[in-house]
Design a protein around this ligand. Structure first.
Ligand SMILES: Cc1cc2nc3c(=O)[nH]c(=O)nc-3n(C[C@H](O)[C@H](O)[C@H](O)COP(=O)(O)O)c2cc1C
Length: 166
C-alpha cells in the first residue's frame, strides 16, 4: 500500500473517531478508551482489545473560546540574560519564560473578569504558519472566555488543599 493511501486512511480515521468506533464494534471488536501517552497500548492490543484515545484534542475548547492568545518564544533566547544559554537547565529556559508569561497573562485576564485555559495540545507548526510567526515558536495557546456564561465549569479546590509550606 502506498504511503499516500496510508496517510489518507490515517487522516480519515483522525477526522471521525466516532465512525471508526462504530466500525470496530460492528466488526465485533472490543474497544477500550485510553489516555494517550500513558496507556501501554501494545498490551491492550495483545489482550485482543482496540485502544482508542479519549483525551488529546482541544477542538471544543478552541471552537468555543471567545478569543485565543498564542504565547511564543525565540528559540535560544531567554529572559535570564543575553549570553548564550550554557547552564545545565539551558535547554528549557525559553519554555520557563513562556510559562511565566502565560501565568502572568492568565492572572491579568482574571483581574479583568476573563477566564482562561492554557492549552499545550495543539499543532504548533500549523499555528506558526497561520500566524506567520517567523523565527518564533508557539509554546502554548490560551483560550479565553467569560466565566459567568459557563456556570457549569469544574469546581475548584481550596488553596489550602494545593499549597503547603515546609
Ligand atoms: C503547560 C500546560 C498545558 C496544558 N494543556 C492543556 C490542554 O492542552 N488542554 C486542556 O484542556 N488543559 C490543558 N492544561 C490544563 C488547563 O490549562 C488548566 O490548568 C486546568 O484545566 C486546571 O484549571 P485551573 O488551574 O483553572 O483549576 C494545561 C496546563 C498547563 C499548565
Amino acid at each position: 500500500m502506498s504511503i499516500e493511501v496510508l496517510l489518507n486512511e490515517f487522516k480519515e480515521a483522525a477526522a471521525s473517531p466516532a465512525k471508526l468506533l462504530k466500525e470496530y464494534k460492528a466488526a465485533g471488536k472490543k474497544v477500550v478508551g485510553v489516555l494517550p501517552y500513558y496507556a501501554p497500548e501494545e498490551l491492550v492490543y495483545a489482550a485482543g482489545i482496540v485502544p482508542m484515545g479519549i483525551w488529546g484534542s482541544n477542538t471544543k475548547t478552541i471552537n468555543r473560546a471567545a478569543a485565543l492568545a498564542v504565547i511564543a518564544y525565540v528559540p535560544g533566547l531567554s529572559g535570564q540574560g543575553d549570553a548564550p544559554l550554557t547552564e545545565s537547565q539551558a535547554a528549557g529556559w525559553e519554555m520557563f519564560d513562556a510559562g511565566i508569561a502565560a501565568q502572568t497573562f492568565c492572572l491579568a485576564a482574571r483581574d479583568l473578569g476573563i477566564g482562561t485555559c492554557i492549552l499545550g495540545i495543539f499543532d504548533a507548526g500549523a499555528a506558526g504558519r497561520l500566524l506567520e510567526l517567523e523565527g518564533l515558536r508557539p509554546a502554548c495557546l490560551i483560550a479565553m472566555g467569560y466565566p459567568e456564561q459557563w456556570k457549569n465549569g469544574p469546581g475548584r479546590k481550596e488553596t489550602e488543599e494545593l499549597l503547603s509550606f515546609r
